[in-house]
Write a protein that binds this ligand. Structure first.
Ligand code: NG1
Length: 539
């Protein structure tokens, strides 16, 4: 099972990419990075760490409700070349250079300037044990915040209450995942940075304490919370556990699992950036974090309707409500829970219960519940409500749309399971004719997902609506936004033999692409294949 596997450490690129052809396509970039590292730091890197971005085929905004999703890692990635820094009498005199665990972080992109920082030990006791480490992560958006976020968890988990000090490190970062595009550049940055600090500090050595892929996903999820949003875990899981040629069915409840799901042959994925940059962290109070709160409160209200027991301070999720409603068994640590068939069955039958999330009385359901109405629906006192749902997150809204959000989550969770079932059934009995019918069905589910994201979850925008429509008109089986939305990328399922023509048509029809060609165009509109997950290359 992928979550229990150790983080792969490779010594050659062919093994890393799984094929000679793919490794040759990427070799030049790796060797340029290693050369540039040597030029800047006067030594060869010890490791290059890689973490890919991801595209989500279907299953949007349901990971934090603990429903399964279907993403795949893409070929675009973050690479970090790194080496420990020896402190010698000739070391530069900047103070932070000499501090334990100090970091010199450079980026191949000149707009991301060189940063030098060091974690502060908290309360060092006489026997030199350090009780904790602090790193200052400023609120404003800075590239090194992602490096620091990755470092934070490693410091907390591996250097707290210990006499061991973290190693000073030099690093050079480069990336090809466009920022703010819904392709998870942030998760790729945080996963690669977490992995860099683990590798440099010798934490990846095999042994009883082996850090598994599952451990890395959890650590990176915690780390990413330090840069702004309460993310669900899909991106980190996809970045760490993906395998070539398959999409990954990732479950979060009752446990983290990742099951490769082969796509039917005859179609490829095309990503298209709407060129509207969506910054989740900056818009979180009205966007991402608000949706997290709305879906959590919706779960509590639904639990009341279905007479499901919820602990007084518990933040139950929609997936857990469904499980408890059906008296699901095998939900302990590592448990499997109900099978996919049973989940499909119940998700199709929740419509009436979800109606209970509409506020009664004067407020029109379209606008959702006011704060007072929402508290009343939850059955909690105002004080408890604030403590459970609002004390850890800032949101900015006058109305909370519990009904629409839950409606999206349940219908989307069902579409994910139907999509996966179609893929698995086709893999079992594939013919050309059958494949075509299935690809059209998969496309239909993607289109329905886009409608639900736009109308019920309200995470689309005009540009994404327009671009997905253009993609369908240009011959895609289906097209939808991918990632958090409100801008960023779309993903389209496109007949393999029509990719070139498809790209030409979309390039001509989407107004913001006007004037873009060659490399500039392929930066924002490109076909991609499911690729291998995060790993370490050792020199
Ligand atoms: P993006 O915007 O692609 O990073 C975000 C969350 C995911 C998931 C999707 C919506 C982070 C790091 N990722 O993805 O966990 O909730 O939105 O499906 O916040």
């Amino acid at each position: 099972m992928a979550a229990q596997e150790a983080i792969p450490v490779f010594t050659n690129l062919k093994e890393l990419y799984g094929s000679l052809g793919t490794s040759l396509n990427h070799a030049e970039r790796w060797s340029n990075l290693a050369d540039e590292f040597e030029k800047r730091f006067g030594k060869k890197p010890t490791y290059i760490v890689r973490a890919p971005g991801r595209v989500n085929l279907i299953g949007e905004h349901i990971d934090y409700a603990l429903f399964g999703v279907l993403p795949a890692a893409i070929e675009r990635d973050i690479l970090i070349a790194c080496a420990p820094r020896e402190i010698t009498p000739n070391s530069p005199k900047e103070e932070t250079h000499h501090a334990p665990g100090s970091v010199v972080a450079e980026n191949l992109q000149p707009k991301y300037t060189r940063q030098v920082f060091a974690p502060q030990p908290k309360v060092a006791t006489e026997d030199v044990h350090v009780e904790g480490w602090h790193l200052d992560i400023p609120k404003e958006l800075r590239w090194e915040n992602y490096v620091k976020a990755g470092y934070y968890g490693v410091l907390n988990e591996h250097f707290t209450g210990s006499a061991e000090h973290p190693m000073p490190v030099d690093m050079l970062v480069t990336g090809t995942v466009p920022a703010g595009s819904g392709l998870s550049s942030s998760a790729a940055m945080v996963v690669s940075s977490t992995l860099t600090f683990l590798a440099i500090n010798g934490k990846l050595k095999p042994g009883s304490e082996t850090i598994t892929k599952g451990d890395l996903v959890k650590l990176a999820m915690e780390n990413e919370k330090r840069v702004g949003v309460n993310s669900g875990g899909m991106d980190q899981a996809a970045s760490v556990m993906s395998v070539p040629s398959s999409v990954l069915y990732i479950t979060f409840y009752p446990s983290l699992t990742a099951s490769p799901t082969p796509l039917p042959s005859g179609a490829v994925l095309v990503c298209a950036h709407s060129l509207k940059v969506s910054d989740k962290a900056l818009t979180a109070e009205r966007g991402y974090n608000l949706r997290v709160v709305e879906t959590l409160v919706g779960a509590r209200v639904l639990a009341r309707t279905l007479q499901v027991d919820v602990g007084p301070k518990e933040k139950i999720t929609l997936r857990e409500v469904v499980g408890r409603y059906l008296s699901e068994t095998d939900v302990g640590k590592g448990g499997k829970g109900m099978d996919e068939g049973a989940l499909i069955d119940v998700l199709g039958k929740l419509d009436q219960a979800v109606e209970s999330l509409k506020p009664q009385g004067t407020t029109h359901p379209k606008f959702g519940a006011t704060m007072e109405e929402m508290i009343e629906l939850s059955g909690l006192s105002a004080e408890d409500f604030h403590e459970i749902y609002l004390s850890w997150v800032k949101v900015d809204a006058t109305h909370f749309k519990l009904y629409k959000r839950a409606k999206h989550v349940f219908s989307e969770a069902l579409r994910v399971l139907q999509f996966r079932k179609l893929c698995l059934d086709t893999a079992a009995r594939s013919t050309e004719e059958n494949n075509l019918t299935i690809l059209k069905e998969l496309g239909r589910l993607m289109n329905e997902s886009q409608t639900s994201c736009a109308q019920d979850f309200e995470c689309s925008c005009d540009e994404l609506d327009q671009l997905t429509q253009i993609a369908r008109d240009a011959g895609a089986y289906g097209s939808r936004l991918t990632g958090a939305g409100w801008g960023g990328c779309t993903v389209s399922l496109v007949p393999e033999d029509q990719v070139e023509a498809f790209i030409k048509k979309v390039a001509a029809a989407y107004p913001p692409y006007k004037g873009l060609e060659g490399e500039a165009l392929s930066e924002v509109l490109f076909a991609t294949k499911p690729s291998v997950g995060a790993c370490v290359y050792k020199f």
